[in-house]
Design a protein around this ligand. Structure first.
Ligand code: NDP
Ligand code: 8X3
Length: 252
């Protein structure tokens, strides 16, 4: 029987690439996002495998509950949940950042991920199989100017993933945190409020990761033998590495 994967944020970027790759590998899919039109188009394009479209906002617990309780019978035994829906808003320093942006990032990247995980885990534990694959970020480990609340939400995702491993000890349920670096998707358009010039500048003159690069990692992680748990994967493009610490030098 085909395995079932639930992918949040399937309307774009990593999530969409995951949907295409897993569908090609014969999995049946629950594709999630707020933009219904995009979900419908994607479902049509995937063809061949059973696809259930779930249009909802991960920040709304009631909507997440409705989605889970409304899963069609043949999609209920979820094998893999990819907690991918997420975003960064703004790149301002903490002292001038919009509090509202911080709240949206916390509600989406942290609370949305918690809701999805908490509601789908009991079934996985009962079936003694399942896999939570979280999409964290290098920003959860490595600080950068303007990364403030975004990076902190991804640090949460990393430690929550580790703690899940402890709670799920002995259940057979696996947990992985994938931590990508610079990757070209709609991420920067969202971060800069639709400013294409600013978004393009993020990727100018370098070769970033692609959504397919990340989907291939998600697929590899999900397809390891049942006794193998990949705890975390940190991945950057070759053209991205670390810089020296910033030193504030004042005139004598
Ligand atoms: P995209 O902007 O291309 O995709 C983000 C997806 O998240 C969209 O499908 C969007 O769907 C969904 N989403 C956002 N908010 C909500 C919400 N409230 N409810 C439901 N779905 C939501 O970006 P990426 O593919 O790059 O991002 C995917 C994940 O990867 C994010 O968690 C991001 O933080 C992380 N990441 C990205 C990196 C990058 O450089 N691109 C690097 C490291 C991590 P819709 O708008 O239709 O709801
Ligand atoms: C996205 C990668 O470095 O822009 O999580 O924060 S970064």
């Amino acid at each position: 029987m085909a395995k079932t994967i639930v992918i949040t944020g399937a309307t774009s970027g990593f999530g969409r690439a995951c949907a295409e790759l897993f569908a090609g590998a014969g999995w049946q899919l629950v594709i999630c996002g707020r933009r219904e039109e995009r979900l419908r188009e994607l479902a049509q394009q995937l063809g061949g495998v059973p696809v259930h479209c779930a249009c909802f906002d991960v920040r709304q617990l009631a909507e997440v509950k409705d989605m889970v309780s409304g899963l069609p019978e043949n999609f209920r035994a979820v094998d893999v949940l990819v907690n991918n829906a997420g975003l960064a808003l703004g790149l301002s320093p903490a002292q001038t950042a919009e509090l509202g942006d911080w709240e949206v990032m916390i509600d989406t990247n942290i609370k949305g991920l918690l809701y999805m995980t908490r509601l789908l885990l009991p079934g996985m534990v009962e079936r003694k199989r399942g896999h939570i694959i979280n999409i964290g970020s290098i920003a959860g480990t490595w600080p950068y100017p303007g990364g403030n609340a975004y990076g902190a939400t991804k640090a949460f995702v990393g430690q929550f993933s580790n703690n899940l491993r402890c709670d799920l000890h002995g259940t057979g349920v696996r947990v992985t945190n994938i931590e990508p670096g610079l990757a070209e998707t709609e991420f920067s358009m969202v971060r800069f409020g639709g400013d294409k010039g600013k978004a393009d500048a993020v990727y100018a003159g370098t070769e970033p990761l692609t959504a397919v690069d990340i989907a291939e990692i998600v697929h590899w992680v999900a397809c390891r033998p049942a006794h193998v748990n990949i705890n975390r994967v940190e991945v950057m493009p070759v053209g991205q590495s670390w810089s020296p610490f910033a030193i504030d030098r004042q005139p004598k």
